[in-house]
Design a binder for this molecule. Structure first.
Ligand code: T46
Length: 136
């Protein structure tokens, strides 16, 4: 599956910690947008879509949440609970996010501006598009 969970270099000293996200270094795309999810409500599941072209790097800068990721052929679930880890999600991956901790702040760097036409919000349509793609 076209996702990668990788460590982000932490610059720490006796004052605390700092992590830098840099286009072309640890962010493998041009960053056109940054947004963050916070004040998420207990028991709520969100996402339920894939992106046609968008690539994103997701960091749980505070707290934790779980991801279900599905490329139409396999599914994986993972926990994001470390501000020193980046989750790279390429295009055409169905995602659902859930089990947000009360303090969760999920920061997302995206390769394009917000564009509703890039979203595939219907799972059956997503599966049909995957079927049409040649297998890697
Ligand atoms: C994703 C996951 C991880 C905007 O106006 N601008 C934006 O940049 C975004 C991301 C959203 N919005 C509006 C659209 C909706 O009215 O904010 C509202 C909530 O967005 P959505 O329902 O798409 O939120 P999630 O949590 O389901 O998904 C979001 C991102 O949309 C999506 O790209 O991968 O977070």
């Amino acid at each position: 599956m076209d996702i990668r969970l990788f460590p982000l270099q932490k610059h720490g000293d006796d004052r605390g910690s700092l992590i830098a996200l840099e286009e072309g270094r640890n962010v493998p795309f041009t960053v056109r947008r940054v947004y963050y999810l916070f004040e998420t409500k207990p028991g709520v599941r969100r996402g339920f879509h894939a992106h046609r072209d968008l690539k994103q790097l997701v960091v749980a800068v505070r707290g934790s949440c779980r991801f279900l990721l599905d490329d139409g052929r396999e599914q994986i679930e993972l926990l994001l609970d470390n501000p020193a880890q980046g989750l790279l999600v390429e295009s055409m991956i169905w995602r659902e996010m859930y089990d947000f901790s009360e303090d969760c702040v999920l920061m997302v760097l995206a390769s394009a501006l917000y564009d509703e036409s890039d979203y595939i919000r219907d799972k059956a349509q997503f599966m049909a598009l995957v079927e049409q793609e040649p297998q890697a």
